[in-house]
Design a protein around this ligand. Sequence first.
Ligand code: NDP
Ligand code: GDR
Length: 370
Amino acid sequence: MNLSSPLPPRPAGLTALITGVTGQDGAYLAELLLEKGYRVHGLRRRSSLPNTSRIDHLLADGGLTLHDGDLTDASSLQRVVAALRPDEVYNLAAQSDVAVSFAEAEYTANADALGPLRLLEALRTQGLAAHTRYYQASTSELFGQVRQVPQSERTPFAPRSPYAAAKLYAYWITVNYREAYGMYACNGILFNHESPRRGEQFVTRKITLGLARAACGLQSGIALGNLDALRDWGHAREYVQMQWLMLQQARAEDYVIASGEQHSVRAFVDAAAATLGIVLEWRGAGVHETATVRAVAPGHGATHCRPGQVLVRVDPALYRPTEVETLLGDAGKAHRELGWAPRVGFQQLVAEMMQADLAAVRAGAAGRGS
Ligand code: NDP
Ligand code: GDR
C-alpha cells in the first residue's frame, strides 16, 4: 500500500478497543494493532462454549485483554469505555449474517443499529467525543437493490434485508455524531472480504469447507442457494489495514473499500474445485441446477471425488426473501486518499481458503459435515 500523503503524527502506545474481536476481522485487526504497538482491548460477549478460537494465540501471548460486554447492553459498554478511555474504538461487532437477519430481525436491529448508538453515547457521555476516534463497520449491503454499477460513496443506499436496514441506521448515526458533536467518527463501507478465518455459514467458507470434506470422503457434496449472485470479494487481512488507516487521517471521512472485481457464487465454486484438480459440469437452471464432477486430476487432494459425482445442488430453502443480486465496488476515493491497492486477487484468495480447509480437514481439525 502506498500512502499518497504523509499521515499526521499520532502518539505511540495508544489504547484501542475492538468490539467483535472474536470474529474474522477482529482477529486480524487485533494482530495488526498489536504489531503497531497499541494496547489492545477486546469486547467479548458471553457464550456457553469458548468463542475465542481465532484469538487464542493473542491471549496466550498476553498481548490482548478481553472485557465482558454486549452491544445490546448499554451498561457494559459504559463500564468498559469508562475504564479504558480508549484512543480508538473499532466497532466490528454485529449479527453479521444477512440470511439470519430475516429470522431474527428485531435482535439484528438491537445489536447492529442500536448497538453503535449505545457505543457512541458511551463515548459522548464519558466526555470522550473530542478525544476518541471511532470506526463503524459499514457494508456494501447498504447498496442493496443496486441502481448504479460500480458503487461508490456517492451511490444511494437501498437496503434489502433487516441486516442492511439496521446497518443503514448505524451508518447515519455515525455521520450524525461526527456532525453534531464534532467526533472523529467514520464509516468503512467494506465489500465482502473473506479468509480462512471466515465464519462457516458464509458462502465462500461453506464452499471451501464443503469441498474439502468431499475431497476427503467425509460428505458427498454441498447445497447452495442463489448461484447467480455477484459479489466483489477481497481478503480480510488487507481490509482491516484500511480500517486502521481510516482512523489515522487529518479528518474523519467515509470510504468504500473493494477489490473492483466481480464474480458469481458459481464462479467461486469453479475456482475452488479447480484448486482441487476438479473440473465441474453445470447442468440445469434455477433450483434444478447441479454441478457434477467431469474430471479429477490426480495429485491435488481430491482423492475421494469421482466423475459423475454431484458436488453441488441447489436448495430453494437457501434463497433469501429479498436478494442483493450484484455488488461491485468503486474504491477510487480510498485509492487516491489512503493509497488503497489490494494485492490478493480472486484466484489467490480462493486457493488460500481451499488449501487451508483441505489441510484442516485432513488434520481432523474441521468437523464432519452433514
Ligand atoms: P463475524 O461474524 O466474523 O464477527 C462478528 C463479531 O461480532 C463476533 O466477534 C461476534 O461474537 C460479535 N458479536 C455479535 N453480536 C454481538 C453482540 N450483541 N455483542 C457483542 N459482540 C457481538 O463478522 P466479520 O468479522 O466478518 O465482520 C466484522 C464487521 O464488519 C461486522 O459488523 C460485519 O457486519 C461487518 N462487515 C463485514 C464484511 C465482511 O465481508 N466480512 C463486509 C462489510 C461489513 P461471537 O464470536 O461471540 O459470535
Ligand atoms: P453476504 O455474504 O450476504 O454478501 O454478506 P454471504 O456469503 O452470506 O452470501 C453471499 C451471496 O451468496 C449467496 N448464496 C449463499 N450464501 C450463503 N451464506 N449460503 C449459501 O448456501 C448460499 N448460496 C448462495 C447469497 O444469497 C448471497 O447473494 C456478507 C456478510 O459478511 C455481511 O456481514 C457483510 O456486510 C456483507 O458480506 C458485505
